[in-house]
Every structure is written in structure tokens, then in C-alpha cells.
Design a binder for this molecule. Structure first.
Ligand SMILES: NC(=O)c1ccc[n+]([C@@H]2O[C@H](COP(=O)([O-])OP(=O)(O)OC[C@H]3O[C@@H](n4cnc5c(N)ncnc54)[C@H](O)[C@@H]3O)[C@@H](O)[C@H]2O)c1
Ligand SMILES: [Fe+2]
Length: 387
């Protein structure tokens, strides 16, 4: 564990019922005149962009809407959003939606002040200039993108999901209002909930973990594991939704300041090749990868078992770690997370894609932070176990 640690979080983090309604005052505080509101077609249709525009207007801030962010946004979305921002002289972006809408807003902000295309900023700390201020409002619980310095954008030419990490992607303001997540259907609740749990677990077992990320990660693991089943079976349960949203945001702060690891490294190539939603592509990998990871950090898995609320009294660290691994399996079963072979992916196309997927996973850098750093062959073997 490093003795020197850094924590990057938004300057203003408003959490709780009604947080999203403060978007107008927050924009005014940042001296914004005209904001570009980015969201996806489903949420635009549901009237969410209009609602946000009304909050902005109430505070005297004009708004232009880009409502075409696709799930797992691409470089094309970023170009379209940027053209709209420039054409309308917008001086801030507001990303409202899941990770896709927030990531698109963050990327458009960065491209407002930097040359080239978003592909030029793939990797770590490559963005020279800060863009227009970013306000992020999550509607899923969730990616944690509202508090992270990370974006994931699809490169339509190379068919890869690019991970870009830089302080200039960090929102100035995050408005975390669990009420916006209450409309999530069951499958989405499971997928995004598993994503946030994996953020927390990977942040905790990462070689980049430090004491502050540990405490955020463990709190998130407790909140998520105690509430995910209730949120899934009772979508209108406010207490469970609130806890899930808080857990997702804490998990975002944890991984953004520690790192994600092997599950995320392996899941992005699944998303790029087979177009599974991000949370699901993580979920299908969890049982195999956690079983692979546990022996490398038994003590940390024992603490995870505690945080998951498992009965580990009197057990050795090895036994407690085994319980944690079993609990991940059970959670997948309870939330009906399928195996990869049940996701409409033929065995032939899967086998064909494996070498490139393993190479892309390693190239992303995430597996290097895993407590056990895998070879390409081991990654291929783990993919096969998840199929
Ligand atoms: N930047 C980061 O730190 C980070 C971290 C993890 C994942 N990601 C990225 O985030 C993206 C995934 O985001 P996501 O999983 O939040 O989903 P999403 O933004 O892709 O949205 C998925 C679907 O859910 C719908 N939806 C969103 N909120 C809803 C609500 N409250 N009620 C009903 N429907 C709703 C949307 O309309 C959309 O159709 C991926 O591209 C992933 O790579 C980013
Ligand atoms: Fe994720």
C-alpha cells in the first residue's frame, strides 16, 4: 500500500431526495449562461431533459438538449454533442442519465477545450486543458460516473471501448438524487447494481487501494449487498433505492481514486464485441474472477465477507474468503444474472474473439492492478469459465 495518496472528488456533491432540483442554482453559482443538457433517447422521451431544463430556466440559465446519447456512447455521440455545444455557445454541460449520458457529457466538455478526437485521450492523464464545467446527475445506481475522472467511449473505427482517465473529466458538481432511479426496471437494477458492487470490490482489492478508498469501498459493499435484492424485488422501496444510490456513488469515489481491476478489464471487450450492457458484462464474469482472485488476497476477501454481512464468526480468513466467493455466486443466481452462453453469443464467435479480447483486456491496464496479474492464457481460461 502506498503511503502517498490522492483523492479527487467533485467540489460540490449534493446527495439525497431533491438534489437534482438544485441544478439551476449550481449552474448559476458556476456563472453558466447556457448549458448543453445531454441524455439518452429513453430518458428524453420520459421528459427528464425537459424537467432539468425547467430547473435551469427557473435560475435564469438557458439550455440546449442533446438527447441522442446511445447506451455505451461512441465517438460519434461526442462529435454530435460537441457540434451542438459550439453551435449554441454553451458554457457548461449537464449529463443526466446513466453512465452513458454522464460519460458523453464529460467527454464533450473535454473536447470543448482540446484538439483532435476523443481517441487521442485514451489512457491515463493525457488531457492538457480543462473544458467547460460539468454537472452530473445520475439516474442509475450505478456507474458512479458522477464522481469519477473516467469516461468509457466506444471507438467506432477500431471497435474498442476506450477508457480515458484524467482529472479534466471530473464533474465540478454531482447531484445524486435517488428518486431519479426509482423508475429503473428489474434487469437494469440488477445490472447497474452489480456494476457498482464490482467497483467497490475491485477498488478494495486493487494494488492501488489506500485507506480512504478502503473506507468508501467497504461502506459501498455493505450498502449494496444489504439492499440490492430489495431494490430488485421492490422497485418502489425508497430506503433500498436511496441506499443503492449512495453505495454506487461511494463505490465510484473508491474506484476512481484506487482503480478497477480484472473484471472491468475483461468486461469492456465483451461490451465492445458482443454489445452486452456494461453491468451485465461485469456480472457474468464475477463468479469466475472472484474465485481466481481470492487466494491472492485472502485477508481482504475475509474483510469483504464481513462487509457483506456474512456470518464468519470463528472462521479463518481462508474460510471467510470462501464464503465471500460463494456469496458472489449466490447473488448472481438471486438476481438472475445469466452465463455468457445464455446471452445470445454463439460458441464459435466467442472462441474466435477470445485472443483479441484477452489482448484488449491487458492493453486497458486494468488487469495490472489486480491482486493476481493474469497472463493472456489465464484470461482466456476465465472467459471460458464464464461462458
Ligand atoms: N465513467 C465511469 O466512471 C464509468 C463507470 C462504469 C461504467 N461506465 C460506463 O457507463 C455506461 C453504462 O451506464 P449505465 O449502466 O448507467 O446505463 P446507461 O446510461 O447505458 O443506460 C442504460 C439504459 O437505461 C435507461 N435508464 C437510465 N436510467 C433509468 C431510469 N432511472 N429508469 C428507467 N430507465 C433508465 C436508459 O434510458 C438506457 O436505455 C457504459 O458505457 C459504461 O462503460 C462509466
Ligand atoms: Fe463499471
Amino acid at each position: 500500500m502506498s503511503t502517498l495518496s490522492r483523492l479527487n472528488v467533485p467540489c460540490q456533491l449534493v446527495i439525497g431526495a431533491g438534489a437534482s432540483e438544485t441544478v439551476g442554482e449550481e449552474a448559476r453559482r458556476l456563472k453558466v449562461k447556457r448549458a448543453l443538457v445531454l441524455t439518452d433517447p429513453g430518458l428524453a422521451e420520459a421528459g427528464l431533459a425537459e424537467t432539468v431544463c425547467a430547473y435551469l430556466s427557473r435560475a435564469g440559465v438557458e439550455a440546449v438538449v442533446y438527447g441522442r446519447v446511445q447506451p455505451d456512447p461512441t465517438d460519434v455521440n461526442i462529435e454530435e454533442g460537441l457540434n451542438l455545444l459550439r453551435g449554441n455557445d454553451c458554457d457548461a454541460v449537464v449529463g443526466v442519465g446513466g453512465g452513458s449520458s454522464m460519460d458523453a457529457a464529460k467527454a464533450v466538455s473535454v473536447m470543448s477545450a482540446n484538439s483532435g478526437t476523443i481517441a487521442d485521450y485514451m489512457g491515463y492523464h493525457k488531457v492538457p486543458n480543462a473544458g467547460v464545467p460539468i454537472i452530473a446527475i445520475p439516474t442509475t445506481a450505478g456507474t458512479g460516473s458522477e464522481v469519477t475522472k473516467v469516461v468509457v467511449i466506444g471507438d467506432t473505427k477500431r471497435n474498442v471501448k476506450m477508457m480515458c482517465l484524467d482529472l479534466n473529466f471530473l464533474p465540478s458538481v454531482a447531484l445524486v438524487d435517488y428518486r431519479l432511479s426509482m423508475t429503473m426496471p428489474r434487469t437494469l437494477t440488477a445490472n447497474v447494481g452489480i456494476d457498482s458492487l464490482v467497483h467497490a470490490v475491485e477498488a478494495y482489492i486493487s494494488s492501488k487501494a489506500h485507506p480512504t478508498t478502503d473506507c468508501l469501498a467497504l461502506s459501498a459493499i455493505s450498502l449494496i449487498t444489504a439492499n440490492i435484492r430489495t431494490a430488485w424485488t421492490q422497485p418502489n422501496n425508497e430506503a433500498a433505492r436511496e441506499a443503492m444510490m449512495l453505495g454506487a456513488t461511494q463505490a465510484g469515489m473508491a474506484f476512481s481514486n484506487s482503480s478497477v481491476a480484472l473484471v472491468h478489464g475483461m468486461s469492456r471487450p465483451i461490451g465492445a464485441n458482443f454489445h452486452l450492457p456494461h453491468g451485465l458484462s461485469n456480472g457474468v464474469l464475477v463468479p469466475a474472477v472472484m474465485r481466481y482472485n481470492a487466494p491472492a488476497c485472502v485477508d481482504r476477501f475475509a474483510v469483504i465477507a464481513h462487509a457483506m454481512g456474512l456470518d464468519v464468526a470463528g472462521l479463518s480468513d481462508e474460510q471467510a474468503a470462501e464464503r465471500a466467493v460463494d456469496a458472489f455466486d449466490q447473488l448472481n443466481r438471486d438476481l438472475e444474472i445469466p452465463r455468457l452462453s445464455e446471452c445470445d453469443i454463439s460458441a464459435e464467435s466467442f472462441e474466435r474473439a477470445l485472443p483479441k479480447m484477452a489482448a484488449d483486456a491487458i492493453a486497458s491496464g486494468s488487469p495490472a492492478n489486480n491482486p493476481r496479474v493474469p497472463s493472456a492464457e489465464e484470461i482466456i481460461d476465465l472467459y471460458r469459465q464464464a461462458y
